[in-house]
Structure formats: C-alpha cells, structure tokens
Design a protein around this ligand. Structure first.
Ligand code: NAI
Length: 385
C-alpha cells in the first residue's frame, strides 16, 4: 500500500516527460498519485487529471491553486514533481519548498546561477529535499559504473568522455517551428540551448560516475543553423577536482543519432563504456585483459546495481525504471525523515539541488567560454569556490 502522497505539476497530456514520471513514481507502490496541476491550460489540466484518476478537488487548474489546496490538507502530498518548461522551475520549486514540501525538479533546475544558489540555501534552511531529475543516474549499470570507480577497479581516473548528441533539430526548414524555435531563443531558453538541454545530463553523469566535480572548462559553441542565436552544438573540455580530464560533445544536428547519451571512463587499470540506448550492457576492459560485456541483472554485480535492477537478466529494462530508482530513493529519504531514523545509505544516490546548481554554473561557464573563443573559465558556482 502506498504510504506517501505524490503530486505532479506539468506533464500534461502529450507532454514528453510526464508519462515517465507517472510510471516511475508508481512502480514501487510507495507513492500514490494524489494531486496535479498538469497543464498550462487549466481546463485541459483538470480534465487530464480526472482521466488519470485524481479526485476532482485535487485536479487543480494551476500550481497556485494546488499549493493552497494541498497546504491545508491533513493528507497533503509528501513530494511534488515539477515537470514544467524550464523558465517556471524556480518559482514553483521555491514556493513549494517554502511551504514545507519536498520537491523533485526537472532539469535545468533554474535559469540563473543566483536562482540555483537560492534553491540550495532554501532546501538547506527548510530541511526539505530538493532533488533534481538527472534520471539517467537511476540506471542499474550507471550505478554499477560508479561503484566500480569508487572501489578502485579502474585505478586513478585519467579521462572521462561524455556525449549527448542527437539529430532532432537538424532540419533548417524546421527552424521556425514553434516547438523548436523557443529552445534557441535567449528570451525563453536563457544563455544556452543544447548544452543546457542535453549537455548537462552528460556532464552530471561524468561527476556521478567518477565522484569528481567539474572545476573549469573551455567550450567551443556553434550554431550550425545560422539563424539560431544559441548553440546547437558544443564541444567542451573540462577538468575535475580529482584530477580527471573531461571531454564532452553535445549536439542537436547530428542526423542519424537518436538519443545519444554515452559515457566512457578510462582509468589507469581499465576502461568502461555505456550508452543509454543499450542500457542493459556495460563494456569493461581491464588493462592487459579482454573486453567483457557486463549484463544488467547478472550475478556478482555491486549492491548498488543489484538494488537498482528490477527485472531478471535478459529482459529489457529502460528509462521509466531508471526514474523509478530515483523515486524509490526519494521515498526512502522522505520516510526516514518522517520516522526520525537514518535513511538506508544504499538509497542515497538521488541528485541534489547542489547538483542542479553546479549544472547552472557550468551552463554559464560554457556560454562565457564559447563567446571568448574557448578561454578556460571557472565552472564552479560562487557558493562552492
Ligand atoms: P513539454 O512541452 O512536452 O510538456 C510540458 C508540459 O507542462 C505540458 O503538458 C504543459 O501544458 C505543461 N505546463 C506548461 N506550463 C505549465 C504550468 N505553468 N503549470 C502546469 N503545467 C504547465 O515539455 P517536456 O519535454 O515534457 O519538458 C518538461 C521539463 O522536463 C523541461 O524542463 C525539460 O528540460 C525536462 N525534461 C527532462 C528530461 C529528463 O531526462 N530528465 C527529458 C525531457 C524533458
């Protein structure tokens, strides 16, 4: 039986990411879908909420109504997911944290570094969780990569190579399509388009797996489609606080690439390669050894990978179950807080507001460096310098 109540803002009918959140939150039965303000159109949002089984009085027309309605209830939601367009994340997340709710915010967490710092401060001051949905870190084999690096299988990490390159905005004839245009419009997207949309997933993954944070970077940003003000392709070189050298390519004009998130980590004694489109296999090459394919679900993996693996080996397991691992970690953190006990350390892997803030600082660093012909710049948020 569900023990926690969950609410969703955004993720309306036809949205890209709403279904993955609803699936991910439902998998373990820890969360009951209890409230929503699902659409920018109040009537469409209420109707879709009722279609999904929400009670009429908890299928809200907008997030302000939801905040007021939920705040007053004894069975108020325990966690709210913010899955609206980027420019609204800050005000919604801030309002719900201030009212004492735990939040899972979509990436990018905010539009500016200052807003990111405010969310971190608020989360710390209120003691409320603010998680950020770097959902790919929920994959079993990504968690296994992290465990392998942490236990020293690769030795000292020399290089991390991350990509998030797809081809879905490659059609120059599509540049005026309203669903595409806003992403490259600084007034709506901020200082970066492709890096802020996809590159930050790859950069966060590099930190998650290596356990190192990005300190400085140099970026080559370009708009391959000349009418675009913001970049549709970027190559970013970076350095990490544990000494790793990083390379990152992100693109939206790489025709033929579909999702395109991949991560490679090379240490002194071995190398790893993982791709989101084949998430159930991890390629491992020990120094002087032979190339091995590690299968999700096989015996002898790390406890982190065992815990994150949901169906038996050989069955396809994908992105909604990666999200489910983020939700299960959050359920454990929230229940532990409610019950006044320590949380299971194995569940302590969900990305934090601090990670969302680091991404914001990296976005501004990429924009600054890109404008300055690749000059190396500090990529850390002022708060962490
Ligand atoms: P979308 O445009 O497909 O859907 C957005 C939904 O939010 C729509 O249903 C819209 O009606 C609703 N909405 C807009 N303003 C609202 C408001 N003020 N109140 C309530 N509902 C509102 O967008 P998509 O692609 O689903 O992206 C949403 C967010 O999720 C973005 O921040 C995006 O960066 C992030 N995202 C994250 C992914 C991940 O892997 N973590 C993958 C895809 C998107």
């Amino acid at each position: 039986m569900a023990r926690l109540n969950w609410g969703l803002i955004g993720g309306g009918e036809g949205s890209q990411i709403g279904p993955a959140h609803r699936l991910g939150a439902a998998v373990d039965g820890a969360f009951a879908f209890a409230a929503g303000a699902l659409d920018h159109n109040a009537e469409a949002g209420r109707a879709f909420g009722r279609k999904l089984g929400l009670a009429a009085d908890r299928s809200y027309g907008n997030w302000h109504e939801m905040l007021e309605g939920e705040r007053a209830r004894p069975d108020r939601i325990d966690l709210v997911t913010v899955a609206t367009p980027n420019a609204t994340h800050f005000e919604i997340t801030k309002a719900f944290l201030e009212a004492g709710f735990h939040v899972l915010c979509e990436k990018p967490m905010t539009i500016t570094v200052e807003e990111g710092e405010e969310i971190v401060r608020l989360s710390r001051a209120t003691g409320r969780i603010c998680a950020v949905n770097y959902g790919y870190t929920g994959y079993a084999l990504v968690r296994h990569m992290r465990a392998m690096v942490a236990r020293g299988d690769l030795g000292r990490i020399r290089l991390v190579v991350a990509e998030f390159a797809h081809g879905h905005h490659a059609d120059a004839g599509d540049a005026d399509n309203p669903r595409v245009r806003w992403r490259y419009d600084p007034a709506q997207a901020g200082v970066s388009a492709q890096f802020a949309d996809c590159g930050i997933h790859a950069l966060h993954m590099a930190s998650f797996v290596t356990g190192q944070e990005v300190t400085r970077l140099s970026a080559d940003t370009v708009s391959c489609i000349p009418s675009r003000v913001l970049e549709d392709d970027a190559m970013v070189n970076f350095r990490m606080d544990g000494g790793a050298v990083g390379r990152l390519w992100t693109s939206s004009v790489a025709i033929g690439r579909q999702h395109g998130l991949t991560l490679q980590v090379f240490g002194e004694t071995g190398g790893l390669r993982w791709a989101q489109e084949q998430p159930n296999q991890l390629y491992w090459m020990p120094l002087r050894g032979r190339l091995q394919v590690i299968e999700r679900g096989e015996a002898g993996l790390s406890p982190e990978a065992d815990r994150a693996s949901r169906v038996t080996m050989g069955h396809a397991e994908g992105m909604p179950l990666a999200f489910a691992n983020i939700y299960r970690d959050l359920a454990e953190a929230i229940l532990a807080q409610k019950e006044g006990r320590a949380a299971n350390p194995a569940a302590d892997l969900y990305p934090r507001a601090e990670d969302g803030l680091r991404s914001m600082a990296a976005i501004y660093a990429v924009a600054e460096s890109g404008k300055a012909e690749g000059r190396w710049v500090d990529a850390r948020p002022p708060m962490f310098r």
